[in-house]
Design a protein around this ligand. Structure first.
Ligand code: NDP
Ligand code: 2IT
Length: 450
């Protein structure tokens, strides 16, 4: 292995030994850019990699709020401002009980490369809290968001750092966060958050963008392999949140048959094809468990999740779209999917396949659409939302969707060319890492030692 790379990797491991998700994300990128590092010995001189793996800044803060019983609850808030190399820090906020520094850093690190792939001027960041919105009243959610923003507002701004949604943070939470920002700063700064409601500066198609973008990328990848897009293919989609729902919608529009979706409790398998309107009603309207699907579709099955291997990956499918969370698709699941004849995997979530699962798919010539590339449509459309806010203008749905489609086609082309340039045809995981790294390295060389 390249000596410089090896040294950087071992230093990162030493310094961040407790942060397994962060190490996993860094290791994947560093290992796949080896052919580029071999060609550029000058990077060592300017400590290019060392700077790329060290966040510019990590902010952690106390978030107290009062619940409906009058108790004071304290959570921990985070914002990792990882890289402002090519634009203001940009990336979502996650509210989930599993949130910790390792998860925040891995997500912010991935975001730098993803945002570079979009071709738009956005840097990399991520934030969130170990707060669990599940089962909380609207009042509790509002008070929590207001407390979170009371601290976060010192660190963000439309040209500084622009948060958005992620797990547990959707339009409702962004609304409360935006209201509090405006109240404290006494300014209408539309572009300080994205994923806003349509009535106060949100963009049409932002809600759909990540899921639609994932399917656009999948369409390109399948077409390129001569596999006639998604028409007539069986698809399984993990998760039943923002990304999963709109991936399902676009897959159905393209003539695919979606037979399973899931949440953290288990999956539903409906051989007749998933009733997406019902999923939207359960998840978007009353935030219930996915098992409620069986109240209407009595012949569908609910398979409870018993361990780390999600039951959804036991189901035979042509295409798997993991759209829930990191490391949700393990080596065991990958083996099952391959033995059931899968042809392609599209990562809607961030780092949903474990390292071993990804390696197994690639070894078995299964097409893998890597998260950094295939879920970049969400943040790309956030950047389009920011530009509409700057112009004080709204674009029609079709126009935004068209731009999103073009961006996904360009991202696919970049991944393909980079993989072919280094003799790694069809390895879009390496292609995405190499294409984004190359762009970032140029920007870093141009900006001096910062
Ligand atoms: P949502 O909160 O809307 O939905 C998350 C879904 O994943 C829910 O169905 C949830 O189930 C399930 N889930 C969450 N955590 C776990 C877990 N630990 N184990 C099993 N299931 C889990 O989030 P999004 O749809 O916005 O995000 C999904 C993924 O996509 C995340 O990885 C996110 O980082 C990524 N992403 C999101 C983008 C966006 O624009 N929103 C853009 C790019 C990537 P339950 O309801 O039971 O908790
Ligand atoms: O992981 C992601 O790209 C997101 N959660 C969306 C980030 C954004 O700024 O829209």
């Amino acid at each position: 292995m390249n000596k410089y790379l090896k040294n950087v990797l071992s230093e990162v491991k030493k310094k961040n030994s407790a942060e397994k998700e962060y190490l996993q994300a860094v290791e994947e990128v560093l290992l796949s850019i080896e052919p580029v590092i071999d060609k550029h010995p000058e990077y060592e001189q300017i400590a290019l990699l060392e700077r790329m793996v060290e966040p510019e800044r990590i902010i952690t803060f106390r978030v107290p709020y009062v619940n409906d019983k009058g108790q004071v609850i304290v959570h921990r808030g985070y914002r990792v401002q990882f890289s402002s190399l090519i634009g203001p820090y940009k990336g979502g906020l996650r509210f989930h009980p599993t949130v910790n520094q390792s998860i925040m850093k891995f997500l912010a690190f991935e975001q730098i490369f993803k945002n570079a792939l979009t071709g738009l001027p956005i840097g990399g960041g991520k934030g969130g809290s170990d707060f669990d919105p599940k089962g909380k009243s609207d009042g509790e959610i509002m008070r929590f968001c207001q407390s979170f923003m009371t601290e976060l507002q010192r660190h963000i701004g439309q040209d500084i750092d622009v948060p958005a949604g992620d797990i547990g943070v959707g339009e409702r939470e962004i609304g409360y966060l935006f209201g509090q920002y405006k109240r404290i700063k006494d300014v209408y700064e539309g572009g300080v958050l994205t994923g806003k409601g349509l009535s106060y500066g949100g963009s049409l198609a932002r809600k759909e963008a990540t899921g639609f973008g994932l399917v656009y990328f999948m369409r390109e990848m399948l077409d390129n392999a001569g596999m006639q897009s998604l028409k007539g293919k069986t698809v399984t989609i993990s998760g039943a949140g923002n990304v999963a729902i709109y991936a399902c919608e676009k897959a159905l529009e393209y003539g695919a048959k979606v037979v399973a979706m899931s949440d953290s409790k288990g999956c539903i398998y409906d051989k007749k094809g998933i009733d997406l309107e019902l999923i939207k009603e359960i998840k978007e309207q009353h935030r219930g468990p996915i098992s409620e699907y069986l109240n209407i579709h009595k012949k569908a099955e609910f398979i409870e999740r018993k361990n780390e291997d999600s039951p959804i990956w036991e189901i035979k499918t042509d295409i798997a779209l993991p759209c829930a969370t990191q490391n949700e698709l393990t080596l065991n699941s990958a083996k099952k999917l391959v033995s059931n004849g899968i042809i392609a995997v599209g990562e809607g979530a961030n780092m949903p396949c474990t390292k071993e699962a990804t390696e197994y798919f690639l070894k078995n010539n299964i097409l893998v659409a890597p998260a950094k590339a295939s879920n970049a449509g969400g943040v790309a459309t956030s950047a389009i939302e920011m530009s509409q806010n700057s112009m004080r203008y709204y674009m029609p749905f079709e126009k935004v969707d068209n731009k999103l489609n073009n961006i996904m086609v360009n991202i696919f082309t970049s991944c393909k060319s980079a993989s072919e340039k280094y003799g790694l045809k069809n390895n879009y995981v390496a292609g995405a890492n190499i294409a984004s790294f190359t762009k970032l390295a140029k920007a870093m060389q141009a900006q001096g030692i910062v």
